[in-house]
Design a protein around this ligand. Sequence first.
Ligand code: SF4
Length: 402
Amino acid sequence: MNQTGEDLDTLVLNKERAGRKKLALGMYFHVPFCSTTCDFCAFYQEKPSKKGIESYFRGLEMELSRFPPDRAVSTIFIGGGTPGLLQSDDLERLCKLINSTGLEKSYEWSIELAPSEINPEKLQVLKGQGVNRISMGVQTFNPTFMDALGRKHPVDKIYQAYQWIRDADFPSVNLDLLFGAPGQTLADWEADLAQAVDLQPDHLSTYCLTFEEDTAMYVRLAEGKVDIDPEREARFYEFAWDYLPAHGYEQYEVSNYAKPGHPCQHNLNTWGMNEWIGYGPSACSQYQGVRRKNIANLEEWEAGLQPEGTPQFMEQEKLGSIDFARDAVLFGLRMNQGIDLGQIATQFDLQMRVFAESAHFLERLCHEGLAEKDGSDAFRLSKQGRILCDAIACDLPELAGV
Ligand code: SF4
């Protein structure tokens, strides 16, 4: 169901909370263009065209002036889609728009780039505009699995693009890897991890292939041509959990690893239930007590932002402290450092009794070997618990209302 910006304006926004706590603020920009659709991808994207790109920039300018950040921004993430499909002058235009908003003195500014779209000219533009973190979508170094995933770039492109990124001297570089492709063995996964480690990026994200509806991969699943094997997926996860820390990458979340000083601040901001504003079709925001998702349609998104239009949202929900606290628990349990219920209570101005059932639940997990206690109110999942973290999240009791 679509909801409108007028609905949003009538909501009692939780400005006091944002102001009082001085939550960190991030911005996310969704660039909705891809030249082809990867077989596993369910993100909103469409083929780039001059008309579409112009429409995107018109919408973005209006969206930024209609929903400007109310304070300095500490993290920026340009994702997609394929932001690297934009030519250098359009990348510069996008970055200048971002720079026209207030940024904290020390900020993290990431952009996702696909290997085949990277060139030295674009990298120079991004660096000159203040981008300081490149996230490259490698997925796999194995041509067979690259083909199975519907990725079109040749493997050589990865190495060339990575060299250009390093030559441009960006302070932080992430590589995204995907595991669980049909037919991939543990030895294949080890080979991918070894090749990634050889490049010595600062950060690695390792995601399990998921079968999202309306993707080519999902159709193959429905036709019985591929299957889901949770035990195999668990073995792949566990392998990375041992392999990457042994090679200098500290795990800080189920799927994320970093060298010292390089965890992704934008992700930490999100998982810590701080605030961010999403710009572009299908972008999500969590801001001033409201979580919402922009309409996933370039034309309708732009039309809604016109002076006479009404911004269109696919989802929109006003949330209270209890909702944010519960999500802080859920996301916190995915992190290696775990959660401190006392700290979460303080962050969201809640009393500890709100967490009574959750604490009992977590104590029970400790007895079952799925969690460990780290202090009087602090818990983290054990290795076995992290394998089951999705199931644990489903079973976590609701927080009691105040
Ligand atoms: S995975 Fe990335 S590059 Fe591939 S279709 Fe999806 S958004 Fe585009």
